[in-house]
Design a protein around this ligand. Structure first.
Ligand SMILES: NC(=O)c1ccc[n+]([C@@H]2O[C@H](COP(=O)([O-])OP(=O)(O)OC[C@H]3O[C@@H](n4cnc5c(N)ncnc54)[C@H](OP(=O)(O)O)[C@@H]3O)[C@@H](O)[C@H]2O)c1
Length: 380
């Protein structure tokens, strides 16, 4: 194994760090890492784990021991490389996407909380390092991406269930591979599984310059929709236009909704993929067509709306949660995404890149962005 191997003088306690009984993990919450050595906080009583601890490899990984600001993201260099179980694979991580939800979870204010300590990150791209005994779909050396790790993606190695891992073709680099999972699956789910989009309809991607937004622009364009998108900078607008949007608008321009209305005419827009509902939902209801749908993908607070605005057009406000997708829906997303890669229209756009050491800065920047231009990724 390529990971650095170090003899540990004392045995690790089991993942969980603080030594008490581990709390049951809430449904859908990111898991705590199964293979954590624990650094200074992880050493405990001697016992049967001594031999294993003395031989297993260690790696660099980001660990969160308490919920809080970006400063709780601790880069450690003595975290045990997790071992894949029978239906799992071990991935040598080359890049990991940063998703806004990882900042909400880290802060401890999100509905889903992992057991502490944990390693954040789900959108990993890399190379298969090892496979569990029942895995036949992958072998050491295969290039892959996933949107769901079991041990956390902000790390040099991560384990994932083999059925949640997909081949990464040579034409996409690892940074692009790390930009596929959550953004494209969410965009597909919002457009088709929840929004029932059809070719010939129009879609406004409200917040199109980031990970989910650019994915939505590419998918919608490839499937025959008329695509309008917004960004907060000139550069962001240009990225949108290069990635499927027919028209781009600046959501920092005070008159931009009037410009969108002028573009759509009195008919309005059929679907809105909304990245900041707490700011835009009221305005969205004015932009919709009859029987139009607002897909609530992102929301960071409350907003007042007049429900009457939905009556006058029989419009709908629909929440989207990738976490609630069924196995069958996940397979459908994967099929669409893999088909898009093969056909060539799915080309993830990578924005800001950070080394693992700068993970706290990445978490600050994704929330206080001065203008997205693609998916933010950590490089390992
Ligand atoms: N529901 C789900 O299952 C699910 C899944 C994934 C993500 N999400 C959520 O979806 C949102 C977007 O995720 P992401 O990964 O694309 O984040 P991202 O890469 O950080 O992009 C954020 C986007 O929001 C835009 N934005 C900023 N201010 C805006 C405004 N006033 N009106 C409209 N858009 C605005 C940004 O544009 P500029 O930077 O150009 O201003 C950028 O395009 C986040 O809130 C995330 O938590 C939800």
């Amino acid at each position: 194994m390529a990971a650095r191997t170090r003899r540990l003088g004392r045995p690790p306690r089991r993942a969980g760090g603080s030594g008490g009984r581990r709390k049951a993990r809430p449904e859908n919450s990111p898991p705590a890492d199964p293979g954590y050595c624990g650094g200074r906080r992880g050493f405990a009583r001697a016992g049967p784990l001594v031999a294993m601890a003395a031989t297993r490899s260690v790696m660099r990984a980001v660990r969160v021991f308490e919920f809080g600001g970006p400063e709780v993201l601790k880069l450690q260099s003595d975290v045990l490389v997790p071992a894949p179980k029978e239906n799992q694979v071990l991935i040598k991580v080359h890049a990991c996407g940063v998703n806004p939800v990882e900042t909400y979870i880290r802060s401890g204010t999100y509905a889903r909380k992992p057991a502490l300590p944990y390693t954040p990150g789900s959108d990993v791209a890399g190379v298969i390092e090892g496979v569990g005994e029942h895995v036949t779909a992958f072998k050491k050396g295969d290039r892959v991406f996933t949107l769901e790790t079991l041990s956390g993606g902000y790390a040099e190695y991560a384990v994932a269930a083999a059925n949640r891992v997909f081949p990464l073709p040579d034409k996409l680099d690892f940074r692009q591979g790390a930009a596929i999972g959550v953004p494209y699956f969410t965009a597909y789910r919002a457009l088709f599984q929840k929004g029932c989009a059809k070719a010939g309809e129009s879609v406004l991607v409200h917040g199109a310059s980031g990970g989910v937004g650019l994915a939505a622009c590419q998918i919608a364009r490839a499937c025959g929709l008329k695509v309008l998108g917004t960004a907060g900078t000139e550069e962001g607008m240009n990225v949108i236009l290069r990635n499927g949007a027919h028209q781009a608008f600046n959501h920092r321009d005070p008159n931009y909704t009037e410009k969108i209305k002028a573009c759509t005419g009195p008919g309005g827009v059929d679907i809105i993929i909304e990245m900041l509902s707490n700011v835009n939902l009221d305005a969205d209801l004015q932009l919709l067509s009859r029987a139009g749908r607002v897909m609530v993908v992102g929301c960071r607070g409350r907003i007042e709306i007049n429900p009457r605005d939905t009556m006058s057009k029989e419009s709908s406000i629909i929440g989207v949660s990738l976490f609630l997708a069924t196995e069958e829906e996940r397979r459908e997303c994967a099929t669409a995404v893999l088909d898009g890669i093969e056909a060539g229209w799915l080309k993830p756009v990578v924005g800001l890149e950070y080394p693992l050491e700068k993970v706290a800065k990445a978490h600050e920047d994704i929330i206080c962005s001065s203008g997205a231009r693609g998916k933010m990724v950590l490089l390992l």
